[in-house]
Design a protein around this ligand. Structure first.
Ligand code: IMP
Ligand code: MG
Length: 174
């Protein structure tokens, strides 16, 4: 394992996730709301599982797998669905949950794909936002933390499929 410097502790993450859960619960309370939380595998899976346990309104969850080209290629805008949702979304208020918003290619493409299917509403929640790297604009409705332009691992985020199991969020030392 390479060295990882703690950037956000377990406690800081826990408090932020609870706060996000409270906000989302307030916004989606009421019989006219039909919340479906969608996560993109795999990076968001830890965040999703903690977040939904802090939301106290009825909700459903579903997952997508999408592929985008490697971080270093210019063709990263080319996003392909590997596994689609199981649920028909047109009667749902969608909340897309992402681990990190970086260039914005993945989320902007996903929003485009899902909007065509006419959900009742569509909002975005990202735990981390790395604005320095943005290429395509994406408006976040809920955001946990803004992070510097460094490689972030832990709490679901990987480097070469490793480090997802770290309970904190860290910066990978070069
Ligand atoms: P985007 O399409 O460039 O916004 O990238 C989004 C995806 O890239 C995220 O869902 C992550 O899976 C991955 N990613 C971006 N930055 C990092 C990072 O610093 N660490 C780990 N994964 C990252
Ligand atoms: Mg991801």
């Amino acid at each position: 394992m390479k060295d990882v410097k703690v950037y956000l502790s377990e406690k800081e993450i826990k408090e932020k996730v609870a706060e996000l859960g409270r906000k989302i619960s307030e916004d989606y309370r009421g019989s006219d709301k039909n919340l479906l939380v969608i996560a993109v595998l795999k990076g968001s899976v830890i965040f999703l599982s903690d977040l939904i346990r802090n939301i106290d309104v009825d909700l459903a969850i579903d997952f997508m797998v999408i592929s985008s080209y490697g971080r270093s290629t210019v063709s990263k805008g080319n996003v392909k669905i590997i596994k689609d949702l199981d649920i028909n979304i047109h009667s749902y208020d969608l909340l897309i949950v992402e681990d990190i918003l970086d260039s914005g290619y993945t989320l902007s493409k996903l929003i485009e794909i899902l909007k065509v299917r006419n959900p009742k509403s569509l909002k975005i929640c990202a735990l981390l936002d790395k604005p320095d790297r943005r290429v395509v604009n994406v408006d976040l409705d809920y955001c946990g933390f803004t992070v510097p332009d460094e490689f972030i691992v832990g709490y679901g985020l990987d480097y070469d499929e490793k480090y997802r199991n770290l309970p904190y969020i860290g910066i990978l030392e070069p």
